[in-house]
Write a protein that binds this ligand. Structure first.
Ligand code: TYD
Ligand code: MG
Length: 435
């Protein structure tokens, strides 16, 4: 085997045949380490092992319940043996709380769980366990050496690493939290998951500034990526499936942070009792989950030539498109107004079925006319035509079950007694709803 000399940055893993004082990738000084590598020439590599995948095997993929229904649902029916999951989120959002709750619930169900915390002392974990009223005997370690943890992976069904930024392998000289360590820790855990058929849940911090050394750099290495969302000013916490090799992505689960940990919100209705002008209610779907949300808009006269437009919880380009269609087709002077739009409750909505509610809230604020408790369902086309969004029936069912009496939609495929339908086929129909 031929040996070659190369220099590797201890911080980020950058490789160069020449020595460097300052790493051109991460900018750190004196991180170049000499490494001797053997390259494969001359050595005969073994043949790849072949696996024969039968229909039977695929259909009988066993799901392991976490004993938290909402988590099982978004995962596509529970964990899968050997699955590596990344759970990312900002500090303080509730990752460790959820991790401890999963440990408790899964242990209660008979799974062997190890909760490895590199962040907190045993006392801190005990305090949290007391708050959430842990009922089973959880196994905890504060060991931060990932190689030691890998050794015991085979003894557990589920292993939780809190967080990938605080674990390390002595193979590398760099500090925990550096890009090279995060990559190595994740790589070793993914390998341990596959070799031992253990489910591994890796927790990772992300910061608002979009820290490069965050979980983003290991998304491609794991099977499933979950992100915790939500404003810390509200109690709602959303877990969104960003990637899933074992189920659909885009699913969300909604939890509420209480004094005793996170509680699942099964039928989410995020609206206030009183709906003044500038507000509109919508029934949207995030993944397969119907949610009733309130859109708030403020339209106010502006003196500057390009008035401000902001959006919280929705993509601003969607709002801009709706505003452009409204300006042109309803001949409204919106270009002379500042427009602020937000979704109440800290939700982030990607469903285009929200469009009709966005335009209604804007119109309601402009005209200062209340919309009462009408639920708006529809996508707004660039031609001003309102279209039925996917799964309209499911939305209507949710609206009825949640006790609403009026909807505005281009059509309703199913009829319900006691449900008043305001047929809204074009944007101009909104004017008559407002009376
Ligand atoms: P934590 O799980 O420590 O967040 P992370 O691991 O993502 O950094 O939770 C942080 C917040 O949640 C903290 O501000 C306290 C609050 N909290 C509750 O409100 N109720 C509870 O039962 C627990 C355990 C935490
Ligand atoms: Mg934590």
């Amino acid at each position: 085997m031929k040996k070659i000399k190369t220099f590797v940055c201890e911080n980020c893993g950058y490789e160069s045949p020449k020595w460097f004082g300052r790493c051109p990738v991460c900018g750190q000084w004196n991180t170049a380490k000499e490494v001797i590598k053997g390259i494969g020439k001359g050595s005969k590599s073994p043949l790849p092992s072949l696996i024969y995948l039968s229909k039977n095997q695929i259909e009988n993929q066993i799901r392991i319940s976490s004993n938290i229904d909402e988590l099982d649902r978004i995962l596509g029916g529970g964990f899968v043996k050997g699955q590596a999951i990344l759970l990312g989120g900002e500090p303080g959002i509730g990752k460790s709380t959820l991790a401890l709750q999963i440990s408790d619930k899964a242990t209660e169900k008979g799974l062997k769980v190890l909760y490895a915390s590199g962040e907190e002392s045993i006392d801190q974990i005990f305090y949290r366990a007391k708050r959430i009223d842990v009922s089973s005997e959880i196994v905890i370690t504060t060991e931060q050496n990932i190689d030691t943890i890998s050794e015991v992976a085979k003894d557990f069904d589920l292993l939780i690493i809190d967080s990938i930024q605080t674990f390390y392998t002595p193979d590398l000289g760099s500090i925990p939290g550096s890009i090279s360590q995060i990559r190595a820790v994740t790589g070793k855990m993914v390998k341990a998951a596959k070799e031992n058929q253990t489910v591994i849940l890796l927790i990772g911090h992300i910061t608002k500034s979009g820290d490069i050394a965050g979980p983003k750099i290991v998304e491609h290495m794991v099977d499933t990526v979950l992100y915790f969302e939500g404003e810390r000013t509200t109690d709602y916490r959303i877990i969104r499936v960003f990637k899933n090799r074992f189920g659909p992505s885009g699913e969300i689960a909604i939890f509420e942070m209480t004094s005793k940990g996170l509680n699942a919100v099964k039928n989410p209705v995020f609206i206030e009792d009183d709906i003044p002008f500038g507000n509109a209610i919508a029934c949207v779907l995030e993944g397969s989950k119907p949610i009733i949300v309130q859109v708030q808009a403020l339209v106010s006269r502006s003196k500057i030539p390009s008035p401000r437009r902001t959006a919280v919880g929705i993509d601003i380009t969607r709002v801009n498109a709706v505003v452009a269609v409204m300006s042109k087709l309803l001949k409204l002077p919106l270009d002379m107004h500042e427009i602020y739009v937000k979704i109440l409750g800290g939700m982030r909505i990607t469903d285009p079925g929200l469009d009709l509610a966005i335009s209604s809230a804007i119109l309601s604020s402009l005209l200062e006319k209340e919309l009462s408790k009408i639920v708006f369902i529809g996508e707004v086309g660039l031609d001003g035509k309102i279209r039925l969004p996917f799964a309209t029936n499911k939305r209507i069912e949710t609206v009825v079950q949640s006790g609403f009496k009026e909807v505005a939609a281009p059509a309703t495929p199913i009829e319900h007694r006691n449900l008043i339908v305001h047929e809204t086929r074009r944007l101009s129909d909104l004017i008559s709803i407002m009376g």
